[in-house]
Write a protein that binds this ligand. Structure first.
Ligand code: URA
Length: 223
């Protein structure tokens, strides 16, 4: 099976994925076309969510990394952020197998799904408001059609704000804070973490201990 078959299988397995030829964001489509020329072997499309359809935990990242998820077609796969996220998921019982940095490593998620606030790789790893708004209907559909979700982990401020906007919550009422739990009006829990990016770990903003502390909270909340 080629990787594109695996990516399509992921896209079909869960609701709320952008079509692989999505054209909602001109800047991102432009960047995609440049990347198709430059890196013809990369996936270069909106990366589908990955995980279990009966998930209790939804993890929302920012957007695919150029040489990570945009290359491999699976969120957080193939770049530094995944090197911290996936082993942590295995350690806390939300993933089974061995993380091998590629979509065909055989890793499966258990009671968890990983998605992104913006599904296409942005230039310089920075999304803009219009792209976050354009992509929101996919996140809304994903959450609405997955009724077993009880807790959402937002990796970084963009993901935190995307979740609040999804539910029409006031941002001033839910200030971002690492390892902070918010009770949303609809009864769902939102937990924040600093994004597990290389930048954040290199600068010491996020340590492995701090990231694992978030998962300790998640496990306790889901009991
Ligand atoms: N890879 C993703 O899929 N999302 C992120 O937020 C970072 C890396």
């Amino acid at each position: 099976m080629t990787n594109i078959d695996l990516i399509k299988r992921h896209a079909d397995a869960l609701p709320g994925n952008a079509p692989l030829n999505c054209v909602l964001c001109p800047r991102l489509v432009d960047f995609r076309n440049q990347n198709i020329e430059k890196f013809p072997d990369f996936f270069n499309g909106p990366v589908p969510a990955f995980g279990a359809s009966n998930a209790e935990l939804l993890i929302v990242g920012l957007a695919p990394g150029l040489k990570g998820a945009n290359r491999t077609g699976r969120p957080f796969t193939g770049d530094y952020a995944g090197d911290l996220l996936y082993p942590t998921l295995i350690k806390f019982g939300f993933a089974k197998g061995t993380y091998g940095s590629s979509i065909d490593d055989g890793l499966t998620l258990d009671r968890a799904i990983i998605t992104n606030a913006v599904r296409c790789v942005p230039p310089q790893n920075k999304t803009i408001g219009e792209e976050e708004r354009n992509c929101r209907p996919y996140l809304i559909e994903q959450i609405e059609k997955l009724p077993t979700i009880r807790l959402i982990l937002a990796l970084g401020l963009v993901a935190h704000n995307a979740v609040l906007s999804t539910y029409g919550e006031k941002k001033s009422a839910f200030k971002f804070g690492h390892n902070k739990t918010h009770e949303l009006s609809n009864g769902l829990m939102l937990i924040d973490s600093y994004h597990c990016s290389r930048y954040n770990t290199n600068t010491g903003r996020l340590t492995t201990e701090m990231f694992e502390a978030v998962f300790e909270t998640i496990v306790a909340k889901l009991k």
